[in-house]
Ligand binder design. Structure first.
Ligand SMILES: Cc1cc2nc3c(=O)[nH]c(=O)nc-3n(C[C@H](O)[C@H](O)[C@H](O)COP(=O)(O)OP(=O)(O)OC[C@H]3O[C@@H](n4cnc5c(N)ncnc54)[C@H](O)[C@@H]3O)c2cc1C
Length: 419
């Protein structure tokens, strides 16, 4: 079996299939460690770390993350979501990691479990209809090699090798954002036990993340609408500074910030694929779908889709189970998780959802239930009144009330949902 891409999705599926005695080769274009964005993990990553046997090592390289804090200058308010207060899950924390270290740890672990890993091998061509299965051509140091495999896993991330080649990629126009980010020193952490939390600062045209990393480094990034970036056709530094200036609480925290390297920019639009499984291939992680990083869901979705995908591939290769059912279950899990998150993400710049997040008035106890979603529980369809449905109900009621002039109050309060 051949896996293209050795990020969290590729190394997870490779490790799980190698554990099942499948012959797995990963082709990865970079040599690790390499920089990657996506440093804030979720609690439901932890059971996967246990399964892969890397829980202690992730703890060693990570910063303990007990939750998330949302700050809005417009509301003059802050809301804290503590994972330990989620009503359904036994995991109550996660970690912030440098992806260079984390991804290397995962890739080396897949090697340890029996996968063959070829770094510095860029896949340049895929023919899905080879004699025995897919033929994949990779270039390494100027030499081309063609690999034949029974089954192909596309874990190429936002390069989306297969969806682009097959014309299956659907870009979501509702979520058309861009991001600029960098690492900084001299940015104070949040006080007390909020020290390891991710802080999200809302501002008029988007939001900022602040993620504390080891060695007193703070990762800071801004995600704004394309309109915000286009209106300010400036260089990255000026653009970033203007977003900081538009967010006074964040600007105060960054008053003495010292940047550790150049800023990086990327388009951040969401997309998915029309289908995720073909005759002899499967898409996992960002190669299948990408959604705005507001809820730090990317690595969790990459690793969990890889874990679901490992079961599908194992059964398909062994000729066990109904192919139709395996494919249908896999596709519906991924789509359900995307739908749950996108409802929230599309509305994050709307005044009503921001009011709900920031107000101390908690209609239908939605704020506590929301912690479950924020912890990474995107796949469960628990009941008619799931956490998301409660929020949608509250949103609907408040939307109707807003037509009669009602608005949630929040002025000059610092609210907390931490029980
Ligand atoms: C601005 C921003 C902020 C984010 N913040 C967070 C966050 O805080 N928390 C979070 O969980 N997620 C976050 N994400 C999302 C996260 O980065 C991804 O969801 C996650 O990395 C997906 O893992 P993956 O393995 O699918 O893809 P990747 O991690 O991108 O891995 C894909 C791998 O494939 C390799 N590859 C690509 N093309 C080829 C080729 N042709 N041949 C060989 N190898 C190839 C690449 O080199 C790469 O190593 C963020 C994303 C963005 C854009």
């Amino acid at each position: 079996m051949l896996v293209v891409g050795g990020g969290p999705a590729g190394s997870t599926i490779a490790a799980l299939l190698a554990q099942k005695n499948k012959h797995v080769v990963i082709l990865e274009k970079e040599r690790f460690p390499r920089f990657h964005i996506g440093e804030s993990l979720l609690p439901l990553n932890l059971p996967l770390f246990d399964r892969l046997g890397i829980a202690d090592e992730v703890e060693r390289i990570g910063v303990y993350k007990p939750g998330a804090e949302l700050i809005s200058d417009e509301h003059n308010a802050a809301t804290t979501f503590r994972f330990a207060n989620n009503p359904y899950l036994s995991v109550g924390h996660s970690y912030q990691v440098r992806r260079s270290e984390f991804d290397k740890l995962l890739l080396d672990n897949s090697r340890r479990l029996g996968a063959e890993v070829v770094e510095g091998a860029r896949v340049t061509d895929i023919a899905l209809d080879g004699d025995r299965g897919p033929d994949v051509t990779a270039t390494s140091e100027g030499t081309k090699t063609t690999w034949s495999a029974r089954f192909l896993v596309d874990a190429s991330g936002r390069d989306t090798l297969l969806t682009s080649k097959l014309g299956l990629k659907r870009i979501n126009k509702h979520n058309n954002t861009a991001a600029v980010f960098g690492h900084f020193r001299n940015v104070p952490r949040r006080p007390g036990d909020k020290e390891g939390m991710i802080t999200v600062y809302l501002f008029e045209h988007g939001w900022f993340w602040m993620i504390p990393l080891r060695d007193d480094v703070m990762s800071v990034g801004v995600v704004g609408t394309q309109a915000f970036f286009k209106e300010r056709r400036a260089n990255l530094d000026v653009l970033f500074e203007s977003a900081v200036a538009a967010t006074p609480t964040l600007a105060a925290h960054m008053a003495n910030a010292e940047r550790l390297g150049p800023l990086t920019a990327c388009a951040d639009y969401s997309y998915d694929s029309q289908s995720y499984v073909g005759e002899n291939h499967i898409l996992v992680g960002d190669a299948a779908a990408f959604i705005d990083p507001l809820f730090s869901s990317g690595v969790m979705m990459a690793m969990s889709s890889a874990a679901f995908g490992a079961t599908v591939v194992e059964k398909l290769l062994d000729g066990r189970g109904s192919r139709r059912r395996l494919v249908r279950d896999y596709e519906s899990k991924i789509r359900h998780s995307l739908n749950s998150l996108s409802w929230l993400i599309y509305r994050i710049n709307s005044p009503l959802l921001r009011d709900i997040f920031m107000s101390s008035f908690d209609l239908f106890n939605t704020r506590h239930e929301l912690i479950t979603i924020l912890a990474g529980d995107f796949y469960e369809r628990r009941s008619l009144l799931s956490p998301l449905r409660r929020l949608q109900l509250a949103y609907g009621c408040l939307f109707v009330l807003s037509k009669f002039g009602f608005r949630l109050s929040h002025a000059n309060t610092v609210v907390s949902a931490d029980g």
